[in-house]
Design a protein. Structure first.
Length: 183
């Protein structure tokens, strides 16, 4: 994820696709014009950015990248010593934001990662995200980065199987607290 900064003032967060065409900042097509935010000139047409009122520009999707990801949640049910993610107990549900973000992805996106924290902590909303990707980004494979704990619940594992996504991979990293085994 790239981070840029702008001096252009906005009232509320702005999520949109980068365009080099002259369009208003808040169009119904969710485009962000480089003419309004010159800092975006180093990006590509179709990249997706989130611009905050304090001037931060976060690049959330890069059209030329083979690997883009959405963060399902920042919460986690493990406290791995090597993890840079700070513990978060509560947060606002990100599902609607992620659906909006996914709606801005190019229809030919190759691979979408679903990560976190621990994505399974959003419960059945994980299946909402997978179904959205399946319907609206049918060429995309999904890589789900998980610690796998939730899949010990047979019913949850069955619900995931029932999504019947054509190319869903669950990535469960295995770590050791012994450095020679971990590496």
């Amino acid at each position: 994820m790239k981070h840029l900064y702008t001096n252009t003032k906005i009232e509320t967060e702005l999520l949109g696709k980068v365009t080099f065409k002259r369009k208003p900042i808040f169009s119904k097509n969710d485009y962000v014009s480089v003419s309004e935010f010159p800092e975006l000139a180093e990006l590509n047409e179709g990249d997706v950015v989130l611009i905050t009122p304090d001037g931060n520009i976060n690049v959330l999707y890069e059209i030329k990248s083979m690997h883009n990801a959405i963060m399902a949640t920042e919460r986690c049910n493990h406290r791995c010593i090597m993890c840079p993610q700070p513990p978060i107990l509560q947060e606002t549900d990100k599902t609607n934001f992620n659906i909006k973000l996914l709606s801005l992805f190019d229809k030919n996106t190759h691979d979408i990662g679903i990560t976190g924290g621990e994505p399974t902590l959003i419960g059945d909303n994980l299946f909402v995200l997978i179904e959205y990707i399946k319907k609206h980004l049918p060429k995309s494979s999904i890589s789900l980065l998980s610690n796998g704990v939730k899949f010990s619940e047979k019913e949850y594992a069955e619900k995931l199987a029932l999504t019947n996504h054509h190319d869903l991979q669950i990535d469960i990293p295995l770590f050791s607290d012994i450095d020679t085994e971990h590496n």
